[in-house]
Design a protein around this ligand. Sequence first.
Ligand code: RB5
Length: 158
Amino acid sequence: MRFHVGSDHGGVMLLDVLVAELAQWGLPVLSRSGPAVASERVDYPNIAVQVCQRVLQDRQGQAADVFGLLVCGTGQGMAMTANKIPGIRAGVVADVFSAQMVRAHNNANVLCLGERVTGVGLAKLLLRGFIDATFEGGRHLNRVELIGSLTRPVGEGS
Ligand code: RB5
């Protein structure tokens, strides 16, 4: 699994930790968007869009192992923005079961976390749970396609 990652100022420190964790796990970070320091304030929607566009571009090139990781203060703004983008399924999670299920049942391709609500140790477990889970397909496939039908441009197939 490979990641495009990004944060706003509210997520820089947690993202630093998670990028280091990904390196330890041998999982490549393809790009990072957002400030390098928390004192540089940015608007999280711009970061979310940049990261999601990179994820989609790689996935359209058949790189199904490319995912997005977005961190802001709560994860919520990143997820709200990401889910506006056709083809992106983003979930903000704060428990390990949801981190697994958001992939297993919802086929998420972007994970959103909140630095101000999730401790570092838990955040590492959440990321690991997301990474280790796989989409179960089956009865969940149609449901995920129903989600996609809400943002798909008119006339575009599945
Ligand atoms: C920035 O202060 C904060 O609003 C942002 O990081 C995030 O929590 C938004 O959802």
